[in-house]
Design a protein around this ligand. Structure first.
Ligand code: 5GP
Length: 226
């Protein structure tokens, strides 16, 4: 832990943006580099697993009936319908991370991120990752593989809606905090990391008692000064 071990609340670090923007890769890298202080929020989804995805690691996979029952029981902090499937973040996952000072990475859509920002503004950091152009966006969506032409169209439509939202919210305080153009993956990853590290030192999230201790000038030292 940096910052002389001063305790702090965990961050809800939302990486958002169109498919192919680098969210998943950056989450994976942060999880390796900060394995002791960063955790991935594993969402529940009704979508079918893709090749290579593991239960409890990529998502908790379930069916519509079970998802609805969980919604009714109030298990989700937030949930959204995306591309015909349901995705939700469990309240229990958030509570555990925030209180333990571990940063939680949230790979959610823009509506999900704004839900977090509206309800937990002090804890949430929203970083929008955009490919450098619409041609590059299309190339990355197609290159991802496994997507039918209908899915590609849907993802481009989603990106269009997300961009409109970014422009609409650009000047509102406390909505989307950072906008990064992901042209060079390495440089963009460094920027993501710098944002995380800077936000970790934000005074309002630091433990008050620890700050008071550091800021206290001992009476003995004051005596020495006269
Ligand atoms: P995919 O099916 O490609 O894994 O995810 C589709 C979209 O759902 C992505 O934009 C992803 O960020 C979003 N998503 C995943 N989990 C959640 C969640 O818990 N809440 C919300 N609002 N979006 C999510």
């Amino acid at each position: 832990m940096q910052n002389h071990g001063v305790k702090r609340r965990g961050l809800l670090f939302c990486l958002i943006g169109p498919a192919g923007g680098g969210k998943t890769t950056f989450c994976e890298r942060l999880l390796v580099e900060y394995h002791d202080s960063v955790r991935l929020s594993v969402s529940v989804t009704t979508r079918a697993p893709r090749p290579g995805e593991k239960e409890g690691v990529s998502y908790f996979f379930t069916n519509q009936e079970d998802f609805k029952a969980r919604v009714a029981r109030g298990e989700f902090f937030e949930w959204e319908e995306i591309h015909g499937n349901s995705y939700g973040t469990l309240q229990s996952v958030l509570d555990a991370a925030l209180s333990s000072g571990v940063d939680l990475l949230l790979d959610v859509d823009i509506r999900g991120a704004l839900n977090f920002k509206n309800r937990l503004p002090k804890d949430t950091i929203v970083v929008f990752l955009a490919p450098p152009s619409s041609e590059e966006l299309l190339r990355r969506v197609v290159q991802r593989g496994g997507a039918s032409s209908k899915e590609v169209r849907t993802r481009i439509e989603t990106a269009k809606r997300e961009y409109a939202k970014v422009i609409e919210l650009a000047k509102s305080p406390a909505c989307i905090d950072y906008f990064l153009v992901n042209e060079d993956k390495e440089l963009t990853y460094q920027s993501v990391k710098n944002i995380l590290l800077a936000e970790r030192t934000r005074l309002m999230r630091l433990d008050e008692a620890a700050i008071q201790k550091i800021c206290a000038i001992s009476p003995d030292l004051e005596k020495e000064l006269v």
